[in-house]
Ligand binder design. Structure first.
Ligand code: CP3
Length: 341
């Protein structure tokens, strides 16, 4: 049964037969079968077709034997569904036609109705029976990371316009993040009601902030999203990149599992998040390009450091890079499963 899966047990801090493993961006360009099925189909279009979503989500489960599937979608899907004119440009990421920077812009952000993303619910309903005992992870972008795309208009290195709004007009910033929290919570609830077994809230770019600013400008909104799922009975994973100084706060926001990038050893992270939360991570995705002996040594180190946590879900410290050799990922899954917890 799904509930007895190693993945859900580790999320809850229960004993496991082996350390569970899945990879952020396990579905995607590292797989030839993904590149083939996506030929001539735009990214957003593929997210709106339940048949494609189902097949792409299953591809890495079939190939690698990972312990969990993650729904194929994108963090900007609910924003587009709520009427924001945006596209996902290959090699760049999300690009927003009219960035949100003024009070009038924020007014354009309407709430998400479940019917706006019926194709996501449909894909989840198709996937759950196909997956059998393998849990399906639903996900959404957290308010800060979503705001960064909407305010910048696309990917950014400095988050200059985002921070200018945050510091320059805190009231408008909180209004914006409040609306984004509503959209995110509605999007996650659709996925939970359709049958996902866990959710991951991606605050990928929160590492751009100090802890004090994170607590003042971001945490209350992410906490509202996570609290809104408290009654759902599914583990809540909260992840960001470059978040060494934010790990405690990201746990306090209401996570059952804190995702850690490769910069912080898991034993140190365990001391920071405390005994009431599990950890997910944290092999450097670039290590997969090293000789196998190095991959094995680093993976064993991650498992050994992960023993300090209440529970440990093995993952990379960020997403699979498109150039990754998929056979290395398969071999890594076998290795993780062969090392007893
Ligand atoms: O396998 C999985 O992890 C599930 C699918 C997934 C995608 N996006 C598919 C995707 C998930 C979980 C996401 C989340 C997402 N999207 C995040 C948070 C995770 C993270 O990486 O920190 C962010 C920041 C985005 C925004 C986004 N969308 C970026 C930065 C990109 C990459 C741009 C590029 O081309 O390199 C996308 C596009 C995207 N989302 C792709 C995939 C498979 C690549 C597009 C393609 O295959 O054509």
């Amino acid at each position: 049964m799904t509930n007895d899966s190693a993945f859900l047990r580790a999320c809850r801090g229960l004993g496991v037969p082996h350390t569970p493993v899945w990879f952020m961006r396990q579905a995607g360009r590292s797989l030839p079968e993904y590149r083939k099925i996506r030929e001539g189909v735009g990214m957003l279009e593929s997210c709106r077709r339940p048949d494609l979503v189902t097949e792409i989500t299953l591809q890495p489960v079939r190939r690698h034997g990972v312990d969990a599937a993650i729904l194929f979608s994108d963090i900007v899907v609910p924003l587009a569904a709520a009427g924001i004119d945006l596209d996902i440009v290959a090699g760049t990421g999300p690009v927003v036609a009219e960035p949100i920077r003024t009070a009038a812009d924020v007014q354009r952000l309407r709430p998400l109705e479940p019917g706006d993303v019926s194709y996501v619910a449909e894909a989840v309903r198709l996937l759950v029976p196909e997956l059998g005992a393998t849990p399906l992870i639903g996900f959404a972008g957290a308010p800060f990371t979503l705001a960064s795309y909407l305010v910048e208009g696309g990917p950014s290195r400095t988050y200059l316009k985002t921070k200018a709004l945050m510091y320059g007009d805190p009231q408008l910033w909180h209004t914006l993040c409040g609306r984004l929290a509503d959209i995110t919570l509605a999007f996650l609830r659709v996925q939970v009601e359709a049958g996902v077994s866990a959710v991951q809230l991606f605050d990928s770019w929160a590492g751009a902030l100090s802890e004090a600013d994170y607590r003042e400008y971001v945490l209350p909104h992410s906490a509202r999203v996570l609290a809104g799922l408290a009654d759902a009975g599914v583990p809540r994973i909260h992840f960001g990149v470059g978040t060494a100084v934010l790990l405690r706060a990201m746990g306090e926001a209401g996570a059952d599992v804190v995702g850690v990038d490769w910069r912080t050893p898991l034993d140190r992270a365990a001391g920071i998040v405390g005994p009431d939360r599990s950890l997910q991570g944290n092999l450097d995705p670039a290590v997969l390009f090293a000789p196998w002996g190095v991959v094995e040594r680093e993976a064993r180190r991650v498992i050994s450091e992960g023993r300090a946590a209440r529970g440990h879900v093995f993952n990379l410290g960020h997403g699979v890079l498109p150039e990754t050799d998929p056979d290395v990922l398969t071999r890594l899954v076998e290795l993780i499963h062969s090392v007893s917890p």
